[in-house]
Structures are given as structure tokens and as C-alpha cells.
Design a protein around this ligand. Structure first.
Ligand SMILES: [Zn+2]
Length: 287
């Protein structure tokens, strides 16, 4: 019987005492271990009538999926803080299968900036989906990916750069965290430094004339310059780029990403890249 069994060890919730786990995955009879972290909300799914499952990218505990009870009731204190793209401070309770949310405070609820802005909303969705897909294992910390994801969502919210540029910069750098950044300033095959003109996704990026495989693309030099700028956070160069290299760079970044992911991203084809480019932007803050 739930809660009535008096199964107390008096050991303060020693994690080795897993014999007391109930059918619902909660530790029965003594407190389950609580932990606190800050996190970005990547995804929210319905669970039954009033609950949700949230997918979080936390600073210190990697990706965590957690049940949030009662958040869809109008009286919920949690609901608004557990919307996608928010930066939150959260307390979680360990469970056998799913952890559960016990407290949430909003640090910066970034999602509200994207609600009425389709280009920014779709870019944010592609960023969150990429972060989710690049973390197949839960509870494996990746501070770099956390900081990169939070930085990209904040940059989108600040609207200092075109959202497609923020997205492509994020995708390039997230691929770097995953270990498969495209080679941009050296040959992907032999490592000869320099700006090479051909780009081959299966080879791993730019390739020199000696290593160029059949079927390699020949993007405009301005496209490869833009990709290098986005990868290094050179926003002066990126903001000043005209539309054609932006389109071509987006295509190459997407092709490189899709090559390495088992399944394509659902959100990437939806990204709206139609916003006007702003060559006169004077803002230069790095992401
Ligand atoms: Zn080469």
C-alpha cells in the first residue's frame, strides 16, 4: 500500500536501498534523492490528463527527462516555467525510470520571445531538437553543449543577428562538440591548411584538389568564409554577408548535419530563412 507501509530505513535515503522502489518508480517509504541544477527546456510532451514529460538539458547532469505532475492545471505554479526554450532553476527527485520535477524557478523564460516570430520560433525549435539528438544518453554531463545551447537561444531572443545565422552558427559549433565539425580552414582528408574551394560532406568538409572526391560541391568562396566566421563567432563578417552565401552555407551545414545524424531533423526543413538580411547591422556582440 502506497505510503502506508512504514518502510523506513532511518538511513536518510541511502541510494543502495533500492528494494523500496514502488511500482510507480518512486522510492517508497523514504525520501528519494533530490538534486538541483539549472537547465534549458528542450521539449514538453503531454502525459495523461494533467501531467507532462519535460526533456531538459541541464548544466551538470546532462540531458534529463522528468515527469512534471499537474502542470497542465490552470492553477499550476510550474506550468508557465516549463515551456520550451526556457532557462530554469529546477529541483528534481530521482526515480527508477523517470525523475520528477519538485520545484521550478524561471531564470529567463526565453520562449516568450519566439511566440509571435515564426523565423525565430523555427530556429529555436531546430536548436532544441539538435541538442536533444546530440545527447542520446541521459545523465551524461556536457557543459559545452549546455552553454552553447543556452547562448544560441539567448542570442535568438536578443534578435541581434538574423535567426538563420544564429542557427547555422549553433549547428556548426554543436557538431564540433559532437566531434564532427566540418573542416573549413584545412583539407578534411590530408590536413593541408588553407581555404580550399571544394566541399564534400562524406569526406568531412573542405577538400584540397588532390583529395577532392567525385561529386564534391564547389561553393562560392564567400560561402566558405561565412561558414568559418559562423564557426568562430566572427559576427562582424557574418552580419555583413549577403543572402546568396547565407543560403548556400545553410544548405551545406544542413547536409553535413543530416549526414551524421541517423534520422533527419524534423524541425530543420521548417526553418524560415526569409527574413531580410541586415548588412548595416552595427551590433557586434559574440554569441
Ligand atoms: Zn587534401
Amino acid at each position: 500500500m502506497e505510503g502506508g507501509g512504514g518502510y523506513r530505513t532511518g538511513l536518510g535515503g541511502d541510494r543502495s536501498d533500492r528494494a523500496g522502489i514502488g511500482e510507480n518508480g518512486r522510492v517508497r517509504g523514504f525520501r528519494s534523492r533530490l538534486y538541483r541544477d539549472d537547465a534549458v527546456v528542450l521539449r514538453v510532451q503531454k502525459l495523461g490528463e494533467s501531467d507532462r514529460i519535460v526533456t531538459l538539458l541541464t548544466r551538470r547532469h546532462g540531458k534529463v527527462r522528468a515527469a512534471a505532475k499537474g502542470v497542465r492545471r490552470t492553477t499550476s505554479r510550474f506550468g508557465a516555467r516549463l515551456e520550451p526554450f526556457g532557462h530554469i532553476d529546477i529541483q528534481l527527485a530521482e526515480g527508477r525510470t523517470l525523475h520528477s520535477v519538485s520545484q521550478v524557478e524561471g531564470i529567463e523564460l526565453l520562449g516568450k520571445h519566439f511566440l509571435d516570430d515564426y523565423p525565430r520560433y523555427t530556429a529555436a525549435s531546430a536548436i532544441a531538437e539538435t541538442a536533444d539528438r546530440l545527447t542520446p544518453e541521459e545523465h551524461e554531463p556536457s557543459l559545452r553543449l549546455f552553454l552553447l545551447t543556452l547562448g544560441a537561444l539567448r542570442a535568438l531572443a536578443a534578435a541581434e543577428h538574423a535567426s538563420a545565422l544564429v542557427l547555422d552558427s549553433y549547428l556548426l559549433r554543436a557538431m564540433g562538440v559532437a566531434g564532427w565539425a566540418p573542416a573549413l580552414r584545412e583539407c578534411a582528408v590530408c590536413g593541408t591548411p588553407g581555404l580550399h574551394r571544394a566541399f564534400a560532406v562524406p569526406a568531412g568538409g573542405c577538400v584540397c584538389p588532390d583529395c577532392r572526391p567525385p561529386g564534391a560541391a564547389h561553393p562560392a568562396p564567400a560561402t566558405l568564409e561565412l561558414m568559418a566566421a559562423l564557426n568562430s563567432g566572427d559576427w562582424a563578417t557574418a552580419d555583413a554577408s549577403p543572402p546568396a552565401p547565407r543560403r548556400e552555407a545553410s544548405g551545406l551545414v544542413a547536409a553535413h548535419l543530416q549526414w551524421h545524424l541517423e534520422r533527419g531533423l524534423r524541425s530543420l526543413p521548417l526553418v524560415d530563412r526569409s527574413e531580410p538580411h541586415r548588412p548595416d547591422s552595427t551590433r557586434r556582440e559574440p554569441v
